[in-house]
Design a protein around this ligand. Structure first.
Ligand SMILES: [Zn+2]
Length: 429
């Protein structure tokens, strides 16, 4: 797909974010109507699922939207082939299959069109512009568990800014995930990169290593994806790198869903390219400010439309609209639905322990895992020069989770490299 398409798309996104709420909502609904109309007409899997949405004359009964069934990861694992049309409308380009093994459950494969991929890439460019990132600087990402990126050494992966922009001269470098943190720091220093990229917990590990060596490494930003950035991770990065974490929320299935905004300090949903709903167990929207399941409908991936797909994450949408943009606010992520703790008496909890507890207890990194129905394990790395105080966590578990839980402790030299190990809360019972 040529650069002029991406360029027009990015210009379009920079325009639509500034529309009035009414104009924005109308356009979002038009785009949603286009993809559900296509799915209903062209894809057998969706014919009956979406039937309640279509009146006899073919018009859409939007009132029925919240009653449409939620598409689960299991649906995707079992029926992915049936969710794909026999042909794409013109202009969507060729397609690419992404597999995601996930940390729990069955692996799924999603087919993504070139066009949808470019849309997601342009959302990322827009997010980078919100944060005034400098595309002439270099980026090092600590990434790659398999394939060529997992080979030892530093790999130059090409430019990371929009190629049509004259200032996009910086390169993205990657270094395999198996590389020890100390070597990643050395490589970043040698390459004189402006930015480090990784999951929040991997960046936090790099920050902890830098501080442990009594050093600092001045950077312009820490670029991060996926899991929620935590207060202690942000603090560690400020101390080690003198820079802020700039985060996005993305998935292989749905592309870039939201990105941090330097103007208001919130995270905006890319609602011009994806419908993000936060719903209860019945699929009905929960009020802003309350935790619910994140359900997404990407608006441009006609190669495999995902209509009301349960992303497996819990989140909260903001109560207030930002004055400077029509894009809604994703107040916070609240963990994975698989990370809910389940107590013996049948209660299901979304654990939420204040970030300040880690600092008080003297932990550089910490994770709470429920290991059986009555026990949680606190895994931690002590902060440099501090003695870890178990009592602080024992009290926090009693106060914020349940006083009946047994608490045990495990000091770990480094929290594991798997994505699941980087969660704040892990349900393993
Ligand atoms: Zn903003």
């Amino acid at each position: 797909m040529d650069a002029s398409v991406a360029r027009r798309l990015l210009d379009g996104l920079l325009d639509s974010q500034g529309w009035s709420q009414a104009a924005f909502a109308a356009e979002q609904r038009r785009r949603l109507g286009a993809i559900v109309g296509f799915a209903h007409a062209e894809i057998p899997f969706y014919r009956s699922r979406l039937a309640p949405l279509f009146r006899g004359d073919g018009s859409i009964a939007w009132d029925a939207w919240a009653d449409l069934p939620i598409l689960t990861r299991q649906d995707l694992a079992r029926h992915a082939g049936a969710m794909r049309p026999s042909a794409l409308p013109p202009g969507h380009g060729d397609t690419h299959d992404f597999s995601t093994s996930g940390t729990t459950g069955e692996p799924v494969t999603v087919r993504v069109s070139r066009f949808a991929n470019v849309v997601s890439q342009c959302c990322l460019f827009r997010g980078q512009m919100w944060n005034h990132l400098d595309w002439s600087g270099d980026v090092l990402t600590w990434f790659g568990d398999s394939g060529p990126e997992a080979e030892p050494g530093v790999h130059r992966r090409g430019p990371w800014g929009p190629p049509w922009r004259p200032g996009s001269t910086g390169s993205l470098f990657s270094i395999a995930r198996a590389t020890p943190a100390a070597e990643v720091i050395d490589a970043a220093r040698r390459l004189r990169v402006s930015y480090l990229m990784g999951r929040p917990r991997t960046l936090q590990e790099l920050a902890a290593e830098t501080l442990r060596r009594g050093e600092t490494l001045p950077l312009r930003g820490l670029l991060t994806f996926g899991a929620e950035t935590t207060g202690d991770a942000r603090e560690a990065c400020r101390a080690a790198f003198g820079a802020e974490m700039i985060g996005g929320y993305a998935s292989k299935e749905a592309g870039l869903l939201a990105y941090d905004c330097a103007t208001c300090g919130k995270r905006h949903i890319n609602a011009d390219t994806v419908l993000v709903e936060v719903v209860d167990a019945r699929g009905r929207p929960v009020p802003p400010g309350e935790v619910g399941r994140i359900v997404v409908t990407p608006l441009f991936n006609f190669a495999q439309p995902l209509i009301r797909y349960d992303q497996g994450d819990l989140g909260v949408v903001g109560t207030a609209e930002a004055a400077h943009t029509a894009l809604p606010v994703l107040e916070r992520l609240a963990g994975r639905t698989t990370d809910l703790f389940r107590l013996r008496d049948g209660r299901v909890l979304a654990p939420s322990i204040p970030e300040s507890i880690g600092e008080s207890a003297g932990a550089a990194l910490w994770q709470v895992a429920q290991v059986d129905e009555a026990t949680v394990e606190i895994r931690y790395i002590p902060a440099a020069g501090r003695r870890f105080d178990e009592a602080v966590f024992s009290q926090a578990i009693a106060q914020y989770l349940d006083p009946g839980l047994r608490v045990r402790f495990a000091m770990t030299p480094a929290l594991g490299k798997g994505q699941d190990k980087f969660r704040r809360y892990s349900f393993e019972a």
